[in-house]
Write a protein that binds this ligand. Structure first.
Ligand SMILES: O=c1ccn([C@@H]2O[C@H](COP(=O)(O)O)[C@@H](O)[C@H]2O)c(=O)[nH]1
Length: 274
């Protein structure tokens, strides 16, 4: 089954556009887990168990594991997701981007070591930095396009020509991903929920691509405006929330609180569909 087929399946089965982001910070863990980097797996597995029937995808952010020397816990966590929620795809948020020979190693890391279904990539180094990932049949890759952070303006909103009407950089990335770069049909784009106008623009350029949309929850993006701008029946949107779900409670009820916040967000997204 391809990544896109998995996404469609999870969207229908769980009635969801919500991606549960896994950004574990031991200092924010509750109770007996607090401060213990050796318990990252335990914390995340509880979140996975509590939200598996509410999510279109899980998105572990690799930095939160690597920073704590917890790569083996990430491997174990992906194996746990496979057995608990085999229908929910795993997007490894790694934002890789390097020359082809190095990209090949990053692709092995994402798809063979961790067994992810999709990965996030920076398109900044061009097509040969993306190509190694496309050789993995059925695996997905989301290219950073119009990111959720304010500094995204610095490059992504620059015009590529001097005349009025020349495309902005993020528009050009969307065109490449929708067209000539999409060799395996599994490319998608990252567009921030903090910029719904740009989501609408990306949707117009790339009507058939899945969009990974971080920025609701802790970053304050407008969930309803996001769905209005990006939703299409035939191209999933994957709206990520990490901290707002993971740290919905700092007490021993953290998994129940995470479930309640995930359900609230899933239902808000569903109710905002045009
Ligand atoms: O443009 C982007 C691309 C990726 N991210 C990642 O998404 C989550 C957001 O976490 P929240 O706690 O929901 O704010 C995090 O892993 C980022 O690295 C993004 O925020 N914006």
């Amino acid at each position: 089954m391809t990544f896109l087929e998995m996404l469609q399946g999870a969207q229908e089965r769980n009635g969801s556009m919500l991606c549960v982001g896994l950004d574990p910070e031991p200092k924010r863990f509750p109770g007996a887990l607090k401060g213990d980097a050796g318990r990252i797996y335990d914390f995340c597995a509880r979140i996975v168990d509590a939200t598996a029937d509410l999510a279109i995808a899980f998105k572990p952010q690799i930095a939160y594991f690597a920073a704590h020397r917890a790569e083996q816990q990430l491997e174990k966590l992906v194996a746990h997701m496979r057995s608990t929620a085999p229908h929910v795809p795993v997007i490894l948020d790694a934002k890789r981007g390097d020359i082809g020979s190095t990209a090949e190693q990053y692709a092995v890391e994402a798809f063979e070591r961790y067994g992810a279904d999709a990965v996030t990539l920076s398109p900044f180094m061009g097509f040969d930095s993306v190509q190694p990932y496309l050789k993995y049949e059925g695996k997905g890759a989301f290219l950073l396009c119009r990111t959720s952070n304010p500094g995204g303006d610095d490059l992504q909103n620059q015009r590529l020509g001097s005349i009025e009407g020349s495309p902005l950089l993020y528009e050009h990335v969307a065109k490449l991903a929708q067209g000539p770069w999409n060799l395996n049909g599994q490319l998608g784009l990252v567009v921030g929920a903090t910029y719904p106008v740009e989501i609408e623009r990306v949707r117009a350029i790339a009507p058939r691509l899945p969009l990974l949309i971080p920025g609701v929850g802790a970053q304050g993006g407008d969930a309803a405006a996001t769905v209005r701008a990006g939703w299409r029946a035939d191209a999933p949107i994957v709206v990520n929330s990490s901290r707002a779900i993971l740290y919905a409670s700092s007490g021993d009820d953290f998994a129940d609180a995470a479930r309640a916040e995930a359900r609230r967000t899933r239902d808000l997204l569903a109710a905002s569909r045009p």
